[in-house]
Write a protein that binds this ligand. Structure first.
Ligand code: XIL
Length: 340
């Protein structure tokens, strides 16, 4: 058989994939390193991954496995995520007695301190183990600083009503970026590197006009306040029913801002159990989506798919990825690389 064209050779920006330890050895690792330039830890750099049950800060063992795999294979690492309403220890938002934090100044300061300690802890752990950010041994190139902070409903300020928001209001977003910038791009950065870690806001449904309005409003606020943000993340968990034109519209909507954009979590569900016809339609979809990304590559930081093989997808019953459970290329793969 002809060797397969590496997906990463078909796009002028890095192509990433969300993984855990299972993709770091054997045939899956070979497939990964053939086709991708970058990894996102699917779960193991989320806030809850950094704490023991007794609240002690420590890295999940998979952090080292994923980072070492990246270093050994010359892959970039896209960090996900520093502040989120989900997969975060409940104790972040409670007092010593386990009661919800109030909006008293004392409790607000407690939560600010916890946010800063978390971000500093992550940055210090990674810099201790891999050297300063931007130095040769450290593969971290970006972080989703805040994830899914935009509301799905109409809200005057466009923000999700999370525990972060209830206690600190919109301020937590600014603080997360400022703390991340100070740690990753200043204090623990290689002195010769210029802002080595790109800082992103990230969200889903950005291909929908209403969410776009609120996303834009939130991002403009950050820029107005001089918050150190580098880019706009589009998760793009889409389906065959999502017009590819709406992905283009999502990129268009932010194209005039002084920010890069990233496709952070792409997958394409087929609307049910996959059959041959749906998989071929999915192949056409991936082709059109990657044609769009190729045409807009100079505006993009990277394009990441949310998993290597269908059996490992969070939406596995809808076969949304590029390779099947047997590590074989699907029509989606042939669509991307442009063969029939
Ligand atoms: C998902 C993971 O893929 C699952 O394994 C986990 O159980 C839940 O989280 N948006 C995000 C990702 O930003 O972190 C989510 O990842 C998918 C939706």
């Amino acid at each position: 058989a002809e060797p397969l064209t590496p997906i990463r050779d078909t796009l002028d920006v890095p192509v990433g994939v969300a993984i855990d330890q299972r993709e770091t050895s054997g045939a899956a690792a070979d497939l990964l390193t053939t086709h991708f330039d970058q990894i996102t830890p699917e779960n193991h750099m989320k806030p809850e991954a950094w704490y023991d049950a007794d609240r002690t800060f420590r890295a999940d063992p998979q952090v080292g496995i994923l980072m070492d795999f990246a270093v050994a294979n010359d892959l970039r690492v896209y960090g996900h995520t520093l502040a989120w309403h989900s997969q975060t220890p409940a104790w972040f938002f409670t007092d010593e007695a386990g009661a919800p934090l109030t909006t008293s100044e004392e409790h607000k300061q407690l939560l600010r301190d916890r946010l800063k300690a978390h971000i500093d802890g992550v940055a210090e752990h990674l810099a201790d183990a891999y050297g300063p950010f931007g130095s040769a041994g450290n593969p971290i190139v970006a972080w989703d600083v805040v994830n899914e902070v935009v509301s799905d409903d109409q809200q005057a300020d466009g923000l999700r009503r999370s525990e972060w928001y209830r206690i600190l209001g919109a301020e937590f977003i600014d603080l997360a970026f400022r703390y991340a910038d100070a740690a990753f791009n200043e204090r623990l950065a290689d002195p010769g590197a210029d802002r080595p870690v790109a800082l992103f806001i990230n969200d889903y449904n950005t291909e929908h006009a209403g969410k776009q309005d609120r996303y834009r409003q939130v991002i403009e606020g950050l820029l107005d306040r001089g918050v150190p943000i580098d880019g706009v993340g589009h998760q793009f968990h889409v389906s065959l029913a999502t017009p590819v034109a709406s992905l283009a519209a999502a990129l268009d909507r932010f194209a005039d801002l002084p920010l890069t954009q990233v496709v952070s979590e792409l997958d394409v569900t087929v609307g049910g159990t996959a059959d041959d016809a749906l998989l071929i339609e999915q192949g056409h979809y991936y082709r059109a989506a990657f044609d769009l990304f190729r045409a807009r590559a100079d505006e993009l930081f990277s394009v990441t798919v949310w998993g290597l093989t269908d059996d490992r997808s969070w939406l596995t019953e809808q076969s949304p990825l590029i390779f099947d459970a047997g590590l074989q290329p699907k029509p989606a793969y042939y669509g991307i690389v442009g063969s029939d």
